[in-house]
Write a protein that binds this ligand. Sequence first.
Ligand code: EPZ
Length: 421
Amino acid sequence: MEYITIDGGKRLEGQVNINGAKNAAVAIIPAAIASTGICTIDNLPAIKDVQVLVGAMRKLGIGCEFTDEHTLKIDSRAINGHSIAYDQVKDMRASYYLLGALLGRFKHAEVPLPGGCNFGLRPIDLHMKGFEALGAKINIEHGMVTASAERLTGASIYLDISSVGATINIMIAAVYAEGVTQIENAAKEPHVVDTANFLNKMGAKIKGAGTDVIRITGVEGLSGGEYSVIPDQIEAGTYMIASAVTGGDVSVQNIIPKHMDSLSAKLTEMGCQVLENDAHDGLRVIGPEVLKSCTVKTMFYPGFPTDLHPQMSALLSRANGTSVLTETVFEHRFQYVKELLRLGANIQVEGRAVIIEGGSLTGAQVMATDLRAGAALIIAALSAEGRTTIGNVKYLDRGYEKFESKLSALGANISRISVEE
Ligand code: EPZ
């Protein structure tokens, strides 16, 4: 079993380089199945979710070769199957994009119901609604989703919820659908736009990504090509919060500052200085002596991202006064609360909100319950008095490349230890 230990109280200083976006990478890699050429994708994060996805694609006979740690060459011309086994993808959620990719190109897909972070039900009914609107027959049994179609025809699809996954999955499936597909109430997250940009670079005809209405005009075929994944908004936000919680002075580099606007506004409200660099690809976050409390409400992009909710709660636990954070995207994303309580946080769940009385934290033994809950524990541990030991490091490895060496380079007293089971 691996653990992370952190001796809190060190002020973070220096520069951290942000990797490519996990939630763009796990969409673009399967989307490359739509191409009949060779796709070279760079700025991929070296994280577990990418490795799992690549492993599943290799099992389908798709050529996946890393030319360096962050660059992947994908060749799906020799693909020999359309069915993914559960044990190949059970630890991640984004395997559902293989459904849209295989259905779109081959009109047949068999993919397990998704795994991944266990906060709430996280259904995929909207994905299925979109595929059926395009003409697919869906069958779900024994934990497997089978989608098949004689042909796919463009349709107008209204999403009851602006689901990121459903928006991207339908977009990928519709690339070859005859005629025009319109996705209304579409998600606008940066990774939705990035996936559309990738597909368009390969010859797709997608308009409106980043707005409420995305139109996909079916094409005959997609070429290969090269593409670079956008920086990770959530990794960047996690390090910005880490600087704030330690009263630090950290420059977060290789990012798109616009993607961070909602967090930058909140950190400024809490007394931080958030300064954009001249090259417009970095933000310097200087934390104050005393953090001010504030209210936060998670929303779909460009609102405050739900994936920074746990990390923000950890920060608010150190602010002066009472803060309220309301979670509007997932019905239950509060598993991290019981772990923060172990660190001495004064936090309680009220319906879909947490009420937080800021104060001091003391180190303890805690367990990550999901990816961003693990990040929240790192944030809290950095400013807790004494040593914190965090278990279930596997969650953090799903989404944060080399986080302990990045934090150590910023001055954190952090290490990873392995203990025999
Ligand atoms: C994506 O998950 C991200 N994962 C999540 O990031 C992120 O929290 C989420 O979007 C919201 O931004 C990936 O991109 C791989 P949704 P996704 O569909 O697509 C409901 C991380 O830490 N819903 O936008 O699964 C759903 O229950 C992860 O990087 C339906 O009801 O999220 C939720 O309440 C965690 N039916 C809401 O919509 C559906 O068919 C938003 O979910 C689909 C979703």
